[in-house]
Ligand binder design. Structure first.
Ligand code: CO
Length: 214
């Protein structure tokens, strides 16, 4: 059997197993979703949100792109963020990078890769912010992993710069923002940062005046 046909066959088996364990499983999920988490992760096939956190369908609203970026002009990311925060009212947003990220590694290269140049450019900007700290790491793999960590922290901070997060913090004092890095070699999550909702602590240059807007 080829790999493609195997997917469909495994799906049938999975559905059957779920129903055997809990006959209303799909009926419950069919009517509504109420995930408590938004996941912004890397597209890398080795970092599936549900599997590595041991969660079933319905628990995590997911957005993934190359190197788990929060790009403030990315309509896809912003639409997912707005829906998750405003409509689903998630309590937590998790930005999850992973050690050995190919996207982060590619950002160090000078190759002209075409369209992807524009995406990697965002990672190069993060490098520029933390150039000294990254360059101090001599081993090339460790240097990539240092930028993986700093990039996750920077994307968490970028979330706070959006009016979507700021408005939610003002109105309902949520969600919390968490930065994680997943280890491909051991399957473990390294929790790097948590940003508690605090409208007053937002960097003034990025803070929007919602009262003024009415
Ligand atoms: Co990656």
């Amino acid at each position: 059997m080829n790999a493609y046909d195997k997917l469909l066959l495994q799906n049938k088996a999975w559905s059957k197993e779920r129903i055997a364990a809990d006959k209303d499983f799909f009926k419950r999920l069919e009517s509504r979703q109420s995930p408590k988490f938004l996941w912004i992760g890397c597209s890398d096939s080795r970092v599936p949100a549900n599997e590595i956190t041991g969660t079933p369908p319905g628990d995590i609203f997911v957005h993934r792109n190359i190197a788990n970026m929060v790009v403030h002009t990315d309509l896809n990311m912003l639409s997912v963020l707005e829906y998750a925060v405003k409509i689903l009212k998630v309590d937590h947003i998790i930005v999850c990078g992973h050690y050995g990220c190919g996207g982060i590694g590619a950002a160090f290269s000078n190759s002209n890769l075409g369209l992807i140049n524009k995406w990697l450019r965002n990672i190069k900007e993060v490098y520029k912010i933390h150039q000294k700290e990254v360059d101090d790491v001599k081993d090339p793999e460790d240097r990539v992993n240092k930028l993986v960590e700093l990039n996750v922290i920077e994307q968490c901070r970028d979330l706070v710069k959006t009016s979507i997060i700021q408005n939610a913090w003002k109105v309902r004092k949520a969600p919390e923002i968490h930065g994680w890095v997943y280890g491909l070699g051991d399957g473990l999550i390294n929790e790097l940062i948590t940003i508690e909702p605090d409208f007053e602590k937002i960097d003034p240059i990025f803070r929007y005046d919602f009262d003024q807007l009415g």
